[in-house]
Ligand binder design. Structure first.
Ligand code: ZN
Length: 125
């Protein structure tokens, strides 16, 4: 083996190693990059950080993913946001369910879910 061949082989190995290192660093950078999305919440929006897997699900169906994120189904999530985190009275009336809104607003999703339609407005207390 000549010195030239040895130098070529060494250069080839160096190049391959450099390419491998670079692709590994690119993969790590992509994995660690935060996946941020904007979620509707009572009163506005908030930025949430997702895993790569959650971000994929989010992009496929944002409403369903947001609902799941807050422990609600899609209909509950829509109501929670639309009512600004306030709950509705659960009393039945001749005209159907009472639709009076009961404060406070901006309840957490879990608190809201526990008492939406499960509380009474002053009229039905
Ligand atoms: Zn009521």
């Amino acid at each position: 083996m000549t010195d030239t061949n040895t130098a070529d082989i060494t250069a080839t190995i160096d190049n391959a190693f450099e390419r491998l290192s670079r692709s590994l660093l690119d993969a790590l950078a992509a994995r660690d990059k935060p996946h941020r999305r904007t979620a509707k919440v009572p009163g506005g929006e908030m930025i949430i950080t997702l895993t790569a897997e959650e971000a994929t699900a989010w992009d496929a169906d944002p409403d369903a993913a947001a609902a799941k994120r807050f422990g609600l189904n899609t209909a509950e999530f829509d109501a929670w946001v639309a009512l600004d985190g306030g709950r509705r009275c659960g009393a039945s009336t001749d005209a159907g369910p009472c639709s009076n809104l009961i404060g406070p607003l901006f309840m957490s999703a879990a608190d809201w879910k526990a008492c939406h339609h499960n509380a009474r407005c002053p009229k039905h207390a």
